[in-house]
Design a protein around this ligand. Structure first.
Ligand code: AHG
Ligand code: MN
Ligand code: MN
Length: 332
């Protein structure tokens, strides 16, 4: 029998340190910041894994800024991120889905970064044991910028973006604009270990992912697109998958290709997903992996935000599927 040679693992921390060489002014600050995020997600995943055992399932009886009922784990996850990042001196501001106003650290004149995040995405899925996640993006704070306006930057200015899926394993995917890398949490080591090197999204796939129950409420071009995908009009027959956690639906789309979309509806002209901490981080990762992300009209990363919780329609995925939508739209 041949002896198997053990490969040395690469942790996310080591990887970030290497990537950080692109931030010569950062001097360890950036990796310290990202380690705050990875620590928070480890805390969240520990709670998610024990969700059925702890008294943390169900509503907390509060309604968040989006008018949605907060789940207990939403609150815990939000506190975990605030706890782990709030003490990092490099953080000037934290913008969370769960807080109406950003939390600003005004005393930190030299703090370089703003972190925007959705602490728990897909939280209505927790009670039924379906994958949920966390999404985040890091923005550079322009000198002295304060208040919510400081975070109102188009997505192409993101310094880093990523997400964690608390699924059958816990995986963290991130980019700093030099490719996309995935790390699986090794419970034995307690560290995120490189498992998906330089991820590339397939140029096309055979899955579309949308809440099809709303199709009658979608604008005409979206209806024709989805019907065309289903019927094989664009040269390929598609399967449908919809988890209802954007982060999980996107993770599958990243690895297998195809398209994820959340269109506008009659009642929500801007769709449901939030630009700053849901659409933008996914769009950055998608583009870095060779895919595309549009809001139906233009590139998501070019949209100038006007408020921190603004929503956006989203079409995200393999280059060919997104371009098929654009062609259909332009043909009128
Ligand atoms: P959140 O749990 O952070 O509020 O996000 C839920 C979002 C997103 O994860 C998912 O894609 C979408 O809601 C599902 O919405 P529908 O139930 O309308 O399909
Ligand atoms: Mn969400
Ligand atoms: Mn959320």
């Amino acid at each position: 029998m041949s002896e198997q040679k053990e490969r040395l693992i690469v942790t996310v921390q080591q990887h970030i340190l290497q990537q950080q060489q692109q931030f010569p002014d950062a001097g360890g600050v950036f990796s310290w910041l990202l380690s705050g995020i990875t620590l928070a997600t480890k805390m969240i995943q520990a709670k998610v894994r024990r969700a059925g055992l702890l008294d943390i399932l169900g509503d907390a009886g509060e309604v968040n800024v989006q008018g949605e009922t907060q789940q207990k784990l939403d609150i815990y996850a939000n506190e975990a991120v605030h706890h782990c990042l709030g003490i990092r001196d490099s953080v000037a501001q934290l913008v969370s889905e769960e807080n109406e106003e950003p939390r600003s650290f005004d005393g930190r004149e030299d703090a370089k970064y703003i972190v925007v995040f959705d602490p728990l995405d897909g939280s209505s899925n927790i009670d039924v044991n379906v994958s949920v996640g966390t999404t985040f993006a890091v923005l550079r704070r322009s000198a002295g910028a304060k208040g919510p306006e400081a975070a109102l930057q188009p997505g192409h200015q993101q310094v880093a973006a990523g997400y964690v899926v608390y699924g059958s394993s816990t995986i963290l995917v991130y980019t700093t604009g030099r490719g996309v890398y995935g790390f699986t949490l090794d419970p034995a080591v307690g560290a995120y270990v490189l498992s998906h090197d330089d991820i590339k999204m397939p140029p096309h796939g055979d899955i579309y992912s949308v809440n099809e129950a709303y199709i009658d409420d979608f604008p005409d071009v979206y209806q024709r697109y989805i019907t065309g995908l289903r019927r094989g009009t664009f040269g390929r027959r598609y399967k449908s998958r919809y988890i209802g956690s954007m982060v999980s639906d996107f993770h599958r789309t990243l690895l297998k290709g195809g398209v994820f979309l959340y269109p506008p509806t009659h009642s929500h002209a801007e769709g449901k997903l939030r630009l700053l901490y849901e659409a933008n981080p996914m769009a950055f990762i998608a583009e870095q992996a060779g895919g595309k992300a549009i809001d139906g009209r233009r590139r998501v990363l070019d949209v100038q935000p006007h408020s921190i919780h603004q929503r956006t329609p989203l079409i995200l995925g393999s280059r060919e599927e997104v371009e098929t939508f654009e062609r259909l739209r332009d043909e009128g």
